[in-house]
Design a protein around this ligand. Structure first.
Ligand SMILES: Cc1ncc(C[n+]2csc(CCOP(=O)(O)OP(=O)(O)O)c2C)c(N)n1
Length: 306
């Protein structure tokens, strides 16, 4: 009975803006994330979508799963296109030639965000454009065959960071993209994961309600690239959060807040072991990763307490 007493039932809106029948892999965490983002955004939105898995799976010519205005862009200019749309809407509003003000949202994978599209994203943030950028981080260039990106975590095997006799897999640490966003002094930055749908959708709503640039960084489990069963993607997202490998937090006007905190983190091996991309790691490397996770989590907690 005690459990029932603390359980507050909440309902998701039934309306879907990313229609079913798209071509994502079974158990795709990224498609689930995008569906939730679309639900939270609603009808009145214009989306600028960088190339990558989410563009490929949602718009195989001549069909589309999108029920809102949607533009396919290059890696390099998803943010520049969003900035242009936002400026055009602003001018139309000033001239009184528009009846409504759509939300403007750019989105892309980690390759699009951390690597190839970073300069146009940084430029849009610096100029203060009023749009939300969503990064669906599945920690590699998945669409083209699991090549490493600067979001790939240390030790992960990908096709361009293969694990073997001479290599541990990815030899560099994951780039801290939320910290890069915060360093631009933008008003809203948050991390999210589709395994926590209400938290994710609330953050989308907050982000689009914010005046000025906002950034949402969504960890998106990828059964194909992470090499785990398609039936445990939601569980993998929970394990990433519960172990501290991917903490959920938001930064509002520079102030950090953990949106999910745990008195005690689960061991990171619970998150690494189900994934084939980490299966080669010896115990001492797992321990090194564990220490790194604890160190980063403590740093984050200190920022949230400051
Ligand atoms: C400048 C440029 N380089 C490479 C490609 C080829 N390409 C298309 S999709 C893709 C991978 C996308 O990776 P990511 O942005 O992480 O998104 P994901 O597919 O993993 O969701 C690549 C390398 C391209 N289209 N443009």
């Amino acid at each position: 009975m005690e459990n029932f007493a603390v359980f507050v039932p909440r309902l998701l809106p039934q309306q879907e803006y990313l229609a079913p029948g798209h071509r994502a892999c079974i158990g795709c965490g990224e498609a689930l994330a995008m569906r939730l983002v679309a639900k939270a955004l609603g009808r009145n939105v214009i989306v600028s979508n960088a190339t990558g898995c989410m563009e490929i799976i949602s718009t195989p010519y001549p069909t589309t799963s999108w029920r809102v205005p949607w533009i396919h862009t290059l890696f390099e200019n998803a943010s520049a296109v969003a900035a242009g749309i936002e400026a055009a809407v602003r001018i139309q509003n000033e001239k009184g030639t528009r009846k409504n003000t759509p939300k403007v949202v750019a989105m892309g994978g980690d390759g699009a965000t951390f690597d190839i599209g970073l300069q146009s994203l940084s430029g849009a943030w610096e100029r203060g454009h009023d749009f939300l950028y969503v990064c669906y981080d599945n920690e590699a260039y998945m669409n083209t065959g699991i090549q490493r990106s600067s979001a790939t975590p240390f030790g992960a095997a990908t096709t361009t960071s293969p694990a073997g006799k001479v290599s541990i897999g990815q030899t560099t640490a994951k780039k801290n993209m939320p910290a890069i966003a915060v360093a631009h002094d933008i008003p809203y930055v948050a991390t999210a994961c589709p395994s926590y749908p209400f938290d994710l959708m609330e953050k989308v709503s907050k982000a689009v309600a914010t005046r000025g640039p906002s950034y949402l960084h969504v960890l998106s489990p990828c059964p194909t690239g992470w090499r785990h069963g398609g039936d445990i993607s939601v569980k993998m997202g929970r394990l990433a959060v519960e172990t501290g490998a991917f903490p959920l937090f938001e930064v509002v006007n520079g102030k950090y807040r953990l949106t999910m905190d745990f008195p005690k983190l689960r061991p990171v091996k619970d998150y690494l072991t189900p994934q084939g991309r980490f299966r080669h790691l010896p115990k001492d490397e797992v321990e090194r990763i564990q220490q790194g996770v604890i160190r980063e989590y403590e740093k984050l907690k200190k920022k949230a307490e400051a």
